[in-house]
Design a protein around this ligand. Structure first.
Ligand code: F6P
Ligand code: MN
Length: 297
């Protein structure tokens, strides 16, 4: 089944947004070779080339600006929320190229999108949909509009076709832990040691979207915790944690910032960071339990 058919029951603007982003991500997927070669250098015509993440940001923003369906757009690459003229009412958060430090070593990176009906400076629970496109050996598109989580693959004819419908996060023993062990906070260290003693195996690529995609399909948990000197961690609430957390929750998993659901956090700034735990319910319950007990002693 083609993506367009799968979205048949969606609100028109939401359907158009997902299709548009899917389309513009085809441009990004096919532009890696030419843009990467010259990133941050001059091309043969003496023109300065943009880094790939900036280029991806511009390509997506230009497309959404002319779409007429988006009102607010917050991008990790932009200092301010953009407000577009017209009758559109959708709010979009964008991490145009997550994991972009891995491009030079040819590992998987992705585009992450959160979708709101209106303002984006809102708790993740208010999203009406979320999606990501992962550029790996295959280009895949994963989306939810709160009716299950579905995976599509870009086929050789340039069409996204259904690969897996109604994904449910399975039980699994993979963990993807960011940050340095020597800086772990006590509760996080205890949680890590508990998982290790239960036989969890580390798989951390350095690309959040790729690591969460693996967890979504194989079970386990992704974390980029808060740590000594950076208690809010590294990753961004609006651009990274919320969209992927929303997708994993829709697939039967859970999220936490260590002491509560990430999706319930009311953001005060678009660039806000947050400690992240995303994955199976058991692993998420465990970090919350350990942190609660820690507070009592
Ligand atoms: O967007 C930030 C990011 O590249 C994520 O994709 C990834 O999980 C993280 O940073 C990796 O951070 P570090 O380099 O500290 O392991
Ligand atoms: Mn990112």
């Amino acid at each position: 089944m083609r993506l367009e058919e799968h979205l048949a029951d969606c609100d028109e603007d939401l359907k158009e947004l997902i299709l548009r982003i899917g389309n513009v991500c085809k441009t990004i997927a096919s532009g890696f070779a030419s843009h990467q070669t010259y990133s941050d250098t001059q091309n043969i015509y003496g023109e300065q080339q943009m880094a790939l993440d900036k280029w991806a940001d511009e390509v997506i923003i230009a497309d959404l600006k002319k779409s007429g369906i988006v009102k607010y757009l917050a991008s990790e690459e932009q200092p301010e929320v953009l407000k577009f003229k017209g009758t559109g009412s959708l709010g979009v958060t964008l991490d145009p190229l997550d994991g972009s430090s891995l491009i030079d070593v040819n590992l998987a990176v992705g585009t992450i999108v959160g979708i709101y009906r209106g303002r984006v400076l809102a708790p993740g629970k208010e999203m009406i949909g979320a999606m990501y496109v992962l550029y790996g050996p295959l280009t895949t598109l994963t989306y939810t509009v709160k009716k299950g989580v579905h995976d599509f693959v870009l086929n050789p004819d340039g069409e996204y076709v259904l690969m897996k419908e109604n994904i449910k996060i399975p039980e699994g023993k993979i963990f993807a832990p960011g940050a340095l062990r020597k800086n772990y906070l006590p509760g996080h260290l205890k949680w890590m040691e508990t998982l290790e003693s239960q036989g969890y195996k580390i798989r951390f690529s350095g690309s959040f979207v790729a690591d969460v995609h693996q967890i979504l399909h194989k079970g386990g948990v992704f974390t980029y915790p808060g740590y000594v000197g950076k208690e809010q961690g590294k990753l961004r609430l609006l651009f990274e944690a919320n969209p992927l957390g929303f997708i994993v929750e829709q697939a039967g998993g859970a999220t936490s910032h260590g002491n509560g659901d990430i999706l319930e956090v009311r953001p005060i700034a678009v660039s806000q960071r947050i400690p992240i735990y995303i994955g199976g319910k058991d692993e998420i319950n465990l970090i919350e339990k350990i942190n609660k007990e820690g507070l009592r002693t």
